[in-house]
Design a protein around this ligand. Structure first.
Ligand code: ADP
Ligand code: MG
Length: 184
């Protein structure tokens, strides 16, 4: 725990199997805690992206992904938060059979306020953050003015060729921020 101090973090969410929208909505609900240790405070639009597998054929073989980014306010420290995200993936029945294979739910910790670290089990910012249109586009839609830990502006990255050549299309699907019972 952060000793009562709340920190802002961003979670990248993806699903490519089954009811993809429902998996993303359930992920938001399972992150939002009744003890308020994690509060979901914002969510991006949903983007649809071809499957990025290990080989070019994988994008034809496997269904496209739904991706979105959530902003949370967390009392949990980064490693505790990652453990919670992995638990939510397990609850969604995620199997880890194949690297970059299709999955019911993928939850990545993209950014955690004030933390930069390089451990194999947790790297922050997430190493794919600036390489993947399906992460960058929803994050920029949610937080257009975001400044990265190295001082770069997120929006500068949207125009890079590595992002422009990838397909990620905003859908009309919407996710809802979970509410606490007393707020309803
Ligand atoms: P991917 O997200 O690249 O498809 P996985 O979800 O299977 O792959 O994650 C592989 C490993 O990446 C996990 O075991 C996790 O410990 C590690 N990892 C390192 N940094 C992060 C991060 N910022 N967010 C999520 N997982 C991370
Ligand atoms: Mg992951």
């Amino acid at each position: 725990m952060n000793c009562g101090e709340r920190k802002t973090a961003y979670i990248g969410m993806g699903s490519s199997l089954g009811n993809r929208l429902q998996f993303l909505q359930n992920a938001l609900c399972s992150m939002h805690r009744s003890d308020q240790s994690i509060q979901v405070t914002g969510v991006s639009p949903v983007y649809e992206t071809p499957h990025m597998g290990l080989t070019p054929e994988d994008s034809e073989r496997y269904p496209p992904h739904f991706n979105a980014v959530a902003r949370i306010s967390s009392l949990l420290a980064p490693r505790q938060l990652l453990a919670e995200l992995q638990l939510a993936e397990e609850k969604a029945g995620r199997q880890r059979e194949q690297k970059w294979g299709p999955r019911t739910l993928d939850l990545d910790l993209l950014l955690y306020e004030g933390v930069q670290m390089h451990a194999p089990e947790l790297t922050l910012p997430h190493p794919g953050l600036l390489q993947r249109a399906f992460v960058l586009l929803p994050l920029a839609a949610l937080e257009p003015k975001l400044i990265l830990p190295d001082g770069a502006r997120l929006e500068e990255w949207l125009h890079k060729p590595i992002i422009k050549k990838q397909q990620a299309v905003q859908t009309r699907q919407q996710l809802h921020i979970p509410q606490y019972a007393e707020e309803m």
